[in-house]
Design a protein around this ligand. Structure first.
Ligand SMILES: O=C(O)CCC(=O)C(=O)O
Ligand SMILES: [Fe+2]
Length: 372
């Protein structure tokens, strides 16, 4: 369930949730970032909410969220009261973020230059309220959390340019991309020891193959290795004119599937596995919108090995992107209308030398041999 956000200045659990809405990598860095880029994400209605236990313990993200949202607000219509609530609640968890956000040269000059005074005033008033709220003690400290990921994956970011001036999303939770599209991100669903064990098993027990596929009419070798598993041989899967006949589940993949089903409540009957041998291996933009998955499929992915960027790009606005650094043991599901409105990719990363394995679980509801 996506948590609804409500209540300005109230440190309710919803407020703590909203503190996690959007966060930046740091006030200093974002002072030079482009509000327009961030606002694209907000204008698209992207919202991120998290489990309350994690939200309560992760207020650093909340503090930074104010800045991100403030920047975003500078490009939003005055009527975006919902968003303003988010800034307020985000700021209420850490007073230091508020002056940092408002003293940002970019923030003020850009706002003043591009937007009417009323909007600026309303935001200043908001700041004053938030600031006094923060002074009155509604400040939470970041607490140690066993749940917090301890690996090198970076939190997800909203991207607006290839230069990387972008906001990061909080670490765990459901992101509402608007238009009924949602992404559930759960870093370290498998802890370090489990992930290491899974990686070894996947490397040895899966029959990895490099396939030849047709791209723009040409036969080329796929830039990664793949495998395919499913409940039954009848659940074949064809893409780029390459038909994959499923293998049966290996023990490790069966375990991963069970864990993913337990976490998401979804049921899967097939899985495409990808082995990126190094940073040259990649997957281009595509959506998993084949008829065999039916409308609004849940595509659940689990990653092992080297962290790689997984980028979601909105179909109607290619500048609107979300970047998840999927690392060892991380889970991400795309659900709702994500496949209709967004594409995703794992781009080349030449600086990555290690290998990564991803397992993307799906449910075939209309097998190919039953399609007309
Ligand atoms: O490796 C990934 O995380 C993406 C895989 C993917 O998009 C797919 O298998 O369709
Ligand atoms: Fe995909």
């Amino acid at each position: 369930m996506i948590q609804k956000l409500s209540g300005i200045f109230r440190p309710s659990s919803a407020a703590v949730q909203s503190a996690k809405l959007l966060s930046l990598t740091g006030a200093a860095r974002t002072a030079s970032s482009k509000p327009a880029l961030l606002s694209q994400a907000c204008q698209q209605g992207i919202q991120h909410s998290t489990s309350s236990s994690e939200a309560a313990s992760d207020c650093l993200a909340g503090s930074k969220a104010f800045h991100a949202c403030y920047l975003s607000a500078s490009c939003m219509p005055d009527t975006s009261s919902m968003s303003l609530q988010h800034y307020a609640t985000a700021a209420s968890v850490d007073s230091t973020a508020v002056p940092a956000a408002l003293s940002s040269k970019h923030c003020l000059s850009d706002t003043a230059a591009k937007h009417d005074c009323k909007a600026v005033d309303s935001r200043r008033t908001l700041y004053q309220q938030v600031s006094s709220n923060a002074k009155s003690g509604i400040v939470r400290k970041r607490a140690p959390s066993a749940d917090r990921p301890d690996h090198t994956s970076k939190p997800a970011r909203i991207m607006g340019s290839s230069k990387g001036k972008q906001a990061q999303l909080s670490r765990k939770g459901l992101t509402d991309l608007g238009q009924g599209a949602q992404v559930l991100y759960y870093p370290r669903m498998f802890n370090r020891a489990e992930a290491a064990e899974m990686l070894t098993s996947l490397q040895t027990e899966v029959a990895w193959q490099q396939k030849e596929v047709t791209v723009h009419g040409k036969r080329v070798m796929q830039p990664r290795m793949v495998a395919y598993m499913a409940d039954e041989p009848s659940l074949a899967y064809t893409y780029s004119r390459q038909t994959m006949i499923p293998d049966s589940w290996t023990p490790a993949v069966r375990l991963i599937k069970a864990r993913l089903e337990q976490e998401t409540g979804a049921v899967f009957n097939s899985c495409l596995l990808n082995l990126y041998r190094n940073g040259r291996d990649h997957m281009s933009y595509h959506s998993d919108n084949e008829a065999l998955y039916g409308p609004q499929p849940v595509i659940g992915s689990v990653s092992f090995g080297e962290a790689r960027a997984f980028i979601l790009r909105q179909n109607s606005n290619h500048a609107c992107k979300l970047n998840f650094a999927l690392g060892n043991g991380d889970m991400l599901t795309m659900q709702g209308t994500t496949q209709d409105h967004w594409m995703h990719a794992v781009p080349r990363r030449l600086q990555c030398s290690g290998s990564r394995i991803s397992l993307t679980f799906r449910k075939i509801v209309c097998p190919e041999d039953l399609q007309s």
